[in-house]
Design a protein around this ligand. Structure first.
Ligand code: SF4
Length: 449
């Protein structure tokens, strides 16, 4: 069940980051000891390892040249690496707000975006973190203004998706109103739970009334597309406390809910405390019952499941996250942010001060790059698309990878369809309802060829 957690958006370990949100490729890499020959993809893979990473940033120049006429990134992820306090379960990259110069950081962020000067439009913007709402009022507004000035298509159309992550007790109605006026049209609220004891345990410094207040203020400010992030299976939580959280969340009539199972990450305070026996995890059966309860209650309220952990009204699927799940290109800016385009994944350094220094010195903040060969692209696309209830869209898969999914994954398809865990029709290959709770192991079998 651990596959259901945002914080642990992993299949069997983490190599990559999707714009701050983790995803796993460990199975992909680990199952092969030799790399395949250069890609047969129509766009040849760039050998970026040989490129200069210095001031002239040859890497970006070449990507730019190659990019013209190719599929442009549809999403922009902006990572704000500041939080009021570190939650003990979290291993996202973030530091205490105030520990670095936020003005200098924001200037660096905009400067990093300038490096992609050929990118003049995107379909989605997602400002996440960290906690963007812990930035000062002027800082957040300035950032949003700079983003909408840069991507002018956001000025002329409210149909594009601009999401901002906000935390309860960090932002008031006036600020929300201003953000809405400036073009932010989707809020993702880090609610996590409506149970005070669970919030306290998770290190969240607000109360359920703060979540309610934030959502109500957001409605008044004009937001009609609101996501609530919820965490289930916290130690000491029960099916009843989870039911209560779901019911209170639904009473706020969100358009979208992300329900993640708490996962204990290595090198977090929770991992340490678990090791010392200070708490124990919820049993697997309870964990599964909670997940099934979410599917049931959210579905009854009109929020259909469309991804392992995500539920929405039909018009409100998160378009930004669909970019990730469809394995389409996006750009991430900010410390630790990852990007994927032209079949290349790359990631910025996870150190805010070093990031600022690199950008100010006109150096690249990129520290990790990986050229995806044809097998990587096919496997990653399959694994990601299988997270969706829709599953692998066969036509889209072929268009993006140049491969026939039914052919290259013939073995796992035969095995799992025989067990009733995969369903196949002329358009798609999808996990069955029965398979979703054990998705982890099934997806691993699509992670390598
Ligand atoms: S607020 Fe979010 S990003 Fe910050 S420490 Fe908590 S869980 Fe992590």
């Amino acid at each position: 069940m651990k596959v259901f957690c945002k914080i642990d958006w992993q299949l069997s370990g983490v190599i990559g980051l999707f714009g701050g949100v983790k995803y796993s490729t460990r199975a992909t890499r680990a199952t092969r000891t030799t790399r395949t020959e250069p890609s047969e993809l129509s766009e040849p893979v760039l050998n970026i390892n040989t490129l200069n990473n210095g001031p002239k940033c040859v890497f970006l120049d070449i990507m730019k040249k190659r990019f013209i006429g190719a599929g442009l990134p549809t999403g922009l992820y902006v990572h704000i690496p500041f939080c009021v306090a570190k939650c003990p379960y979290c291993d996202f990259y973030s530091v205490a707000v105030g520990s670095s110069d936020t003005d200098r950081f924001l200037a660096a962020l905009v400067k990093e975006l300038d490096r992609y000067e050929w990118l003049d439009s995107v379909q989605t913007i997602y400002v996440g973190g960290g906690s963007p709402s812990c930035l000062g009022r002027d800082q957040l507004e300035r950032l949003v203004e700079q983003l909408t000035q840069r991507f002018t298509n956001f000025k002329s159309s409210d149909s594009l998706e601009f999401t901002m992550e906000v935390n309860p007790a960090q932002i008031n109605g006036k600020r929300l109103e201003r953000l809405r006026q400036l073009g932010v049209n989707r809020l993702s609220v880090g609610a996590q739970s409506f149970n005070q004891a669970e919030l306290d345990f998770l290190g969240r410094s607000y109360c359920p009334a703060d979540i309610v207040g934030l959502v109500k203020s957001a409605r008044v400010a004009g937001f009609d597309n609101i996501n609530l992030d919820l965490i289930f299976a916290s130690p000491n939580s029960t099916e009843n406390t989870w039911r209560n959280s779901l019911e209170q969340a639904l009473a706020l009539e969100p358009q979208h809910v992300s329900a993640y199972c708490l996962t204990i990450e290595k090198n977090t305070p929770f991992a340490e405390r678990l090791k010392k026996g200070e708490f124990s995890l919820v049993g697997e059966q309870t964990d599964r019952a909670m997940y099934e309860l979410a599917i049931k209650l959210l579905g009854q309220a009109g929020l259909a499941q469309y991804e392992i952990s995500n539920f929405a009204q039909s018009e409100f699927l998160c378009r930004h996250n669909l970019t990730y799940w469809n394995n389409q290109p996006w750009i991430g800016i900010g410390p630790a942010a990852a990007s994927y385009y032209n079949h290349c994944r790359f990631q910025n350094l996870a150190d805010v001060d070093a990031y600022i220094a690199a950008i100010e010195a006109e150096k690249s903040p990129v520290v990790q790059r990986h050229n995806c060969d044809k097998q990587d692209v096919a496997c990653e696309t399959a694994v990601l698309m299988l997270r969706l209830v829709r599953g692998i869209d066969l036509e889209l898969f072929t268009r993006q990878t140049g491969c026939d999914a039914l052919e290259i994954f013939a073995d796992p398809i035969e095995r799992y369809s025989g067990l009733g865990l995969l369903k196949i029709d002329e358009k798609s290959i999808a996990l069955t309802d029965q398979a979703r709770p054990v998705a982890d192991s099934i997806l691993c079998d699509f992670a390598g060829l």
